[in-house]
Design a protein around this ligand. Structure first.
Ligand code: SF4
Length: 385
């Protein structure tokens, strides 16, 4: 049996939501009934039984979506029981479930805690009711606060709050108020995402037709800096471009593994998997296509790709530069020296406050993480990727 360090993390995609939020491009449907839950649950367990490796200790488990707390807490006990007899979650595994404040109460949270989850990631987005309404969220600010308190009562020690900035109508003061609320609630982890306009979403359509404004770019940049200032003062580490943790132990291990190129196995419609070497695959997107594949005894894999050395290196660089730990080019696959054009570029970045450099390790500052894509493109050009 492996010790869990090189083993894949596990991800389960639950494709149901109470209602689609206006801006959301994730795959989910808003018509969960008991039949759909039963069929999906049966197929998910079936897929896990077919694909979970034996003799493996898994370091992390992440239930995302969608709104995974819409499934009965008892279902998750069945999921953990579906592991092969010689495989299990590590004793200290991080076991996360995403939650929507409108979808669960104290009793559900207690049951989820008992079923094995030890980390809760709550999609709050804002505590401001007018902004929540603009986003098409099904909960209000008071419900979100109550949920965090209930999660504590239920025994969750690790609570993450997702917030969103750049929402049309949101002022700098509104945003700082949301951040302070998350801090005051004692969240161990705060994710701050800027609102993006996604094609095919109701918000995307409204922008196209001129009925809704796009996020104000200069305000978004200002709020990014203000976020870093406020949360740093409150003791949080800005460890990834959109993520803050109240200490290293509260970083998302599931996400950190993904950013560092570790293997993961994804289950459910649209879920991706990666073998940690070169093969990436993804499941069928639609719920019905997924159910049909599994119910007929097959795997729901839609397709796969084998990444070349160059693609892998570029990906490691891009993901690494989004994190404060950064990227060591020698570990990302680069076999040369930091000389010539590379050295000049490093010096330029350092002089602009984008990163520190130690040998071939580039560690971005907060401002550097925001420029990760541009820095990665410049590196790709020099390294001929
Ligand atoms: S609850 Fe989350 S996954 Fe569901 S529609 Fe809203 S943003 Fe998307």
């Amino acid at each position: 049996m492996t010790d869990g360090s090189g083993s894949p993390g596990l991800y389960v995609h639950v494709p149901f939501c109470l209602r689609k939020c206006r801006y959301c491009a994730f795959y989910s449907v808003a018509d969960l009934d008991s039949d759909a839950a039963m069929r999906f649950g049966g197929s998910l367990l079936g897929e896990m039984r077919m694909r979970l490796p034996s003799d493996t200790v898994f370091p992390t488990f992440y239930a995302g979506g969608g709104t995974p707390v819409l499934l009965e807490p008892s279902f998750w006990s069945e999921v953990f029981a579906a592991f092969p007899p010689t495989s299990r979650l590590a004793e200290d595994a991080e076991v996360t479930i995403e939650a929507n404040p409108a979808a669960v109460g104290l009793k559900d949270l207690q049951d989820l805690r008992r079923s094995g989850f030890n980390r809760l990631s709550i999609g709050v987005q804002s505590f401001d009711d007018a902004l929540l309404e603009f986003l098409g969220r099904v909960h209000n600010g008071a419900q979100a606060e109550e949920m965090v308190r209930d999660a504590r009562k239920a025994g969750f020690e690790s609570i993450g709050i997702d917030l969103m900035y750049g929402i049309p109508g949101q002022t700098r003061e509104d945003w700082l108020k949301d951040l302070r609320s998350a801090v005051d609630l004692g969240a161990e982890h705060i994710s701050c995402y800027s609102l993006t306009v996604e094609d095919g979403t109701p918000y995307g359509h409204s922008v196209k037709s001129g009925d809704a404004p796009v996020p104000d770019e200069s305000l978004v940049a200002e709020l990014y800096r203000a976020t870093d200032e406020l949360l740093s003062r409150a003791g949080y580490q800005h460890y990834e471009v959109s993520n803050y943790a109240a200490g290293r132990k509260w970083r998302s291990r599931h996400n950190t593994a993904y950013w560092s190129g570790a293997a993961y196995l994804g289950f459910g419609p649209s879920a991706h998997s990666y073998d940690g070497r070169s093969r990436r695959s993804w499941n069928r997107l639609g719920l019905n296509e997924y159910l049909e594949a599994v119910e007929s005894g097959g795997l729901p894999e839609a397709d796969f790709e084998n990444l070349s050395e160059g693609q892998l290196m570029l990906e490691r660089i891009m993901l690494g530069l989004r994190t404060s730990d950064g990227v060591d080019l020698s570990k990302a696959g680069f076999e040369g020296e930091a000389d010539g054009a590379l050295r000049n570029m490093f010096a330029n970045w350092v002089s602009h406050g984008l990163c520190t450099v130690d040998g071939l390790r580039i560690s971005p500052t907060s401002q550097g993480m925001l420029m990760a894509d541009g820095m990665a493109s410049s590196l790709a050009a020099i390294l001929d990727l």
